[in-house]
Design a protein around this ligand. Structure first.
Ligand code: COA
Length: 335
């Protein structure tokens, strides 16, 4: 499904970004000490060398607040009027994460709610924020994707433990015009509940995943959604300067780039350092690569994600010129 373009040339425009990672890292070598696996297997099958893992003293809510605070640190053109948190690993079922985050940020009173769409949650969050802006509910919306996925696998499962890490990433969207840099083009979203059993977790420590089937669906769905998003934006895929795919597995993102005909040098990745961080994956990737200069103002950028549900999505934008103060220091690492 593709959301209709907004009226009167209005658009939701990315104007700030932030990220947060737990300070503790777990390397492949750390995993080989307790699992029947090797560094070589993990790197060659997934592209991952380490992941950041939150201790008991760092909740999902804490990660959300840190990423959000970093995005807001550059000073906003307008006060934030709504807050959306995308996560499938909230600290509790009820209440939602977002109102507590809003209050911790000094934003008590604004609309604040969570959405759960697996690793596609951040793109669902962008579409929701664009809708809030189009509806006139808010002129500036803070969207945070955050997950603590490292806690989901059975600690003895070598097939899933190496894949996941923890983190958060945030963007601020403001009401602007469709022809300026940072303006979101139509957001493509989809779901297929018949694939619900392919990735499911009834509680932390009880993740079930059919890896090979998920791999195949991830490649197909992200490739298709990317084509649809490019078409909706009026772009030819050859014009894409940067592909920013959900970091599930570097082999998956490599296949997606190949299917789209996007040269590998235009595919952004940070999975080696962070693993699969769920709804945090795309904003973390954008924050980190923008800070490093791999993603530059003016780049025609295609975001795409796939996750549990099954869910998927894609959207394009021209990467905006965010002031250096608005980019996270230390490539997204927690300060
Ligand atoms: N170390 C060593 N061997 C491992 C291993 C590990 N960490 N994990 C699995 N293996 C073994 C399996 O037991 C299997 O052994 P067998 O052939 O003796 O049965 C063999 O490696 C191949 O397993 P398979 O699952 O077919 O590997 P794969 O190439 O598909 O890679 C994943 C496994 C999980 C890395 C890959 O399927 C994947 O990334 N899937 C998508 C996961 C994902 O993105 N999930 C989130 C979506 S948002």
């Amino acid at each position: 499904m593709t959301a209709a373009p907004q009226p009167d040339g209005q658009a939701a425009v990315v104007c700030a970004i932030g990220a947060a990672l737990p300070p503790r890292t777990v390397s492949n070598a750390d995993l080989t000490a307790r699992l029947d696996t090797t560094d070589e297997w993990i790197r060659s099958r997934t592209g991952i060398t380490r992941r950041h893992v939150a201790g008991a003293d760092l909740s999902t809510t804490d990660l959300v607040v840190r990423a959000a605070a970093q995005a807001l640190a550059g000073g906003e053109p307008a006060p934030v009027q709504a807050l959306v948190v995308a996560t499938t690993t909230p600290d509790q079922c009820c209440p939602a994460t977002a109102p507590a985050v809003a209050t911790r940020l000094g934003l008590t009173g604004i609309p604040a709610f969570d959405i759960a769409a697996g690793c596609t949650g951040f793109l669902y969050g962008l579409a929701t924020a664009a809708g809030l802006i189009a509806a006139g509910t808010a002129r500036t919306v803070l969207v945070i994707g955050a997950d603590r996925l490292a806690a989901l696998p059975d600690p003895g499962d070598r097939a899933t433990v190496p894949l996941f890490g923890d983190g958060a990433g945030a963007v601020v969207l403001r009401c602007g015009s469709a022809d300026e840099a940072g303006a979101l083009r139509p957001v493509v979203l989809g779901s297929d509940g018949s694939g619900a059993d392919l990735i499911r977790a009834s509680r932390p420590g009880a993740l079930h995943m059919d890896g090979a089937d998920v791999f195949r669906h991830a490649v197909d769905r992200m490739s298709t959604a990317s084509r649809q998003a490019a078409t909706a934006a009026g772009w030819d895929l050859t014009e894409v300067d940067r592909l920013a795919p959900h970091q599930a597995n570097s082999r998956i993102t490599s296949f997606v780039a190949r299917q789209l005909g996007i040269p590998d040098g235009r595919r952004l990745g940070n999975i080696a350092e962070v693993g699969n961080t769920g709804a945090a994956s795309i904003p973390l990737l954008l924050a980190q690569t923008a800070a490093e200069g791999r993603l530059e103002p003016g780049h025609r950028t295609l975001l795409t994600a796939f996750g549990a549900g099954l869910t998927w999505g894609a959207v394009t934008l021209i990467w905006p010129d965010l002031s250096p103060a608005r980019l996270p220091e230390g490539a997204g690492h927690d300060r």
